[in-house]
Design a protein around this ligand. Structure first.
Ligand code: F6P
Length: 326
């Protein structure tokens, strides 16, 4: 029986399990044995894998996390280990290895493909920073999680007339911050794609207060500021209470949304169909809700998919300097 390999790689994303289950079931339907590598590339290096069956995955469709573990393998950045990984994959006579992960995982996939292993990459990352797709598995769930938490924070801040600085995940991208800021009606968003210096933030908050908003909400993407220090500086500068909150892993955990489950299912079906049709060494994606397959070497080189159009709408609505008094 021919074999397909599968792994979930990088930071986990809600919907990885749904995609895994779909791949296992589709493998069965199309006559492949399915092998799951534990801890992604590290499992490939250590021959840590199991044959995975429909029974194993029966209950996981709606669960966050990853049943087969997700990981970032430091070793796999090293060419020596990439060669070992390729060798191990070849020994297992995999028809293809399906890699469910984000852009770091895509680089590993590309390295394997260059070494003669057939791969298919499926985008799954809460950051939504895989450039060959408009949407990755997990992003919608993370944005919903972040939005619900910001809604809650806004209520208590309103009651206490406090400014809030809320940090979202996103690695080097601002998509989670932007979408959740828009959906929760935050007042200011700071994303790495348009760095705001602290003076701008102070000025924007001052303007909000001047227009009668006693509890401005500032959503910031991670890695830009130390938000606890920023909150203290804002208090000093504006003489108004301010609290910082880091949403952290609460965004990444939890069951996937309907949107992510659907995306995961569609990618899973398509990946195994691609193997059957011999469409290999591609990265799957969506473009205007249509499934697409981009050659892997092109996918790893594409530029950012930050939604600048949404960012401009946010700014047009929220920059107090755009508003007329009275
Ligand atoms: O890539 C997903 C992500 O959650 C990023 O948003 C964040 O920067 C990073 O992973 C956190 O990684 P770790 O789980 O290693 O702390």
């Amino acid at each position: 029986m021919e074999r397909i390999g599968v792994m979930t790689s990088g930071g986990d994303a809600p919907g990885m399990n749904a995609c895994l289950k779909t791949i296992v079931e589709m493998s069965y339907n199309l006559g492949y044995e399915c092998i799951a590598f534990h801890r992604a590339y590290q499992g490939l290096l250590e021959n840590d894998y199991t044959v995975i069956t429909k029974k194993d995955v029966a209950q996981i469709f709606n669960l966050g996390g990853s049943m087969i573990y997700s990981a970032r393998s430091k070793d796999f950045y090293d060419e020596k280990y990439q060669e070992l990984g390729a060798e191990n994959a070849k020994k297992l006579k995999l028809k293809a290895l399906i890699i469910i992960g984000g852009n770091g995982s895509y680089l590993g996939a590309k390295a394997l493909s260059d070494l003669g292993v057939n791969v298919i990459a499926i985008p799954a990352t809460i950051d939504n920073d895989v450039h060959s797709t408009q949407e990755a598995i997990g992003f919608d769930s993370a944005v919903n999680n972040a939005t619900n938490m910001i809604d809650n924070i806004k209520q208590t801040m309103q009651a206490n007339q406090r400014i809030s600085i809320i940090e979202c995940m996103g690695r080097y991208g601002g998509n989670i911050a932007l979408y959740s800021a828009m959906a929760s009606q935050a007042d200011i968003v700071a994303v790495p794609e348009d760095p705001l210096d602290k003076k701008h933030i102070f000025r924007f908050i001052k303007d909000q207060i001047a227009y009668g908003n006693n509890s401005p909400t500032v959503v910031v993407a991670e890695k830009q500021y130390d938000v606890y220090t920023l909150a203290k500086e804002i208090e000093g500068e504006l003489n108004h209470e301010c609290r910082a909150v880091i949403l952290g892993y609460m965004q990444r955990g939890g069951n996937p949304t309907v949107r992510d489950r659907m995306l995961a299912l569609r990618f899973g079906v398509s990946a195994v169909e691609c193997v059957k049709k011999g469409i290999l060494n591609v990265a799957l994606g969506v473009n205007n809700d249509k499934l697409i397959a981009t050659p892997l070497e092109k996918a790893v080189e594409m530029s950012s998919n930050f939604r600048d159009d949404l960012y401009q709408s946010f700014k047009a609505l929220n920059n107090p300097r755009n508003k007329r008094r009275g």
